[in-house]
Ligand binder design. Sequence first.
Ligand code: BDP
Length: 719
Amino acid sequence: MNPYTRILSFLAGVCLYSLPVAAQSGYRLWLDFKSLPTETADGYKQRLTALLFPVANQTDSIAKQELLTALDGLLGQRPTSVDTPQKTGTLIVGTPATLPWLAGEAIGEHLDHMGEEGYGIHSTTINGSPATVILANTSKGVLYGAYAFLGLLQGGEDITQVAITTRPKVTLRLLNHWDNLDRTVERGYAGFSLWDWHRLPGYRDPRYTDYARANASIGINGTVLNNVNANALMLTAPYLEKAAALADIFRPYGIKVYLSARFSAPIELGGLADADPLNPKVQQWWNEKVAEIYRYIPDFGGFLVKANSEGQPGPQNYGRSHADGANMLADALEPHNGVVMWRAFVYDDKEPDDRAKQAYNEFKPLDGQFRGNVIVQVKNGAIDFQPREPFHPLFGAMPQTPLMMEFQITQEYLGFATNLAYLGTLFSETLQADTYADGPQSTVARVVDGSLTGQSLTAIAGVANTGTATNWTGHPFAQANWFAYGQLAWDPEADAATIAEDWLRRTFGNDASLIGALLPLMMQSREAVVNYMTPLGLHHLMGWSHHYGPGPWIKDKQRADWTSVYYHQADKDGIGFDRTASGSNALGQYTPEVRKRFEDPQTCPDEYLLWFHHLPWDFRMKSGETLWETLCGHYYGGVAEVAGMQAVWEAQRGKVDSTVFQEVSDLLAVQHEEAILWRDACVLYFQQFSGMPIPEGLEQPAHPLEYYEHLQFHFVPGI
Ligand code: BDP
């Protein structure tokens, strides 16, 4: 090779290395530590010339490596590792165990406020020299602090004045994977399951480490590996061995493994005649099974259970209560410090007059009957992860029971992976809702963080949106929902806009015009989806079974409460579900203050109007328009909002990576078409009852209603 060719091939190698496909594809998520603009980087360099970070264990060494590599990427400067603070700026990282002298410095007093998992990041002076200190009580806290510190740099924050002390408000912060053992993912829109069960435990895909790293970077500390519609095989030795391999990889990142347990496993695996929780043989089987799991995974977190819901087995099959079922498993887990997360998403075998009341009716009477290591896992709303639901009435209603929140990060009801819908706003809308369980300010967030009722066992779960897609989540902006979930799990009071901005900066950099354009786009995006799918409190209008596209006409199925007509109740007299005292009285499950907010259609916020009321088509809205006009306005407005998002995105051409730009651009075009589909199908469907014209000036649907009713979608993902 002549010298010229050698240089060329060297340069090609460098280019390939520094611009790998992964960088463009979004694989690196918010952890792509690209070089900062020179001015910003120069400002940081002086303060970060040396790194004092004694390493005591694997978690420390991960944190140290992350800092070194990321600083190199961000600043083009790798700090020198040192043993003592330097005259130049030193980054000092440690715990009282690794840096005992630091606890004696002024900043050491913050340690009292960090708990087991919190951290502090403070700019200070040590021996007269500038220092930036990341301090925590544990290595796990250090790891969280390291990621948070790097986030500050990515966001271009001033680190000469930083004074952060934080600890998570919720103890268990989990992802729930609805992943099946055949690698399909129920309601997954980002490819197949990350868990390559066939090749585990022998082959440990490096992606497992990247998964752990991404979660640790946003404070997630637990993962339920398998679907709540569980296969009992998950609890057999070969699968436990595979799960143990994952647990080993996740452990240094502070992430515990949990499993969904099939309630009938004693029959399927143990050959017992029943799975009655009061049968001593069944109890014995679970005790032994749990002991076996802990032999594989010594820090196993516990079980998640979906019982007596959508055909899943449970204690009610034997005339026992949810508490009987949960307590049996809790007793088996208790000696090992494991927990049971028992879901409140339940179905009776009888059709209720209103499914929204089901969970409250079954669980409220059980308050106080659960063992101390049981947490009842409650979806954010009483129906099912709809684009908008009022908060679930169980929040605040079971003061003697730890209740945890279940959010759905995967967009089953918000446009799968083709629609851009930032869910930080949805999550925080629920968390900020006031239950009035103990006077004003009794927010759902305070139920979840335990402060309202003094619960010390606190938890939150998000149904994951991850898969084998190169960018993990399918839609590039869906990464923001994973990110936002983690931030809100750490602090349920956190602000959705601040989180969105943080994600934008970490993902796309700090261009002010870009942030200024994309932040409002994200903040409005979920409302746009509500508008073109289920405005004014409508819900459950989606296509049958696969849940793709509109299906307001769905009726006559095996259960009425699986149909759309059950929920919207549209007829020539009006539309909406009367949940007031004159209807199902689901509203009666809330406190008087909440009831008051919703019970009068004249004052009920528009967002929840048809959730709680059945109203005539010519009902006068607060705006003076009729209900019909307003409904049309929302459907058409939603489509227009998507067109607006397209225009905003188009103006960012050249400011974001071209591959990602094109992907989002294409997906927004798809979203626009889907929004039109929802709008036209729903407006035409409801119009046959309202008998009113589509308001003047609005474009007419392209096809008659029958066209939409007969559309068929094959091989829809996520089933
Ligand atoms: C519904 C999903 C279904 C889940 C169920 C659940 O359509 O696939 O199994 O929730 O949460 O929304 O158990």
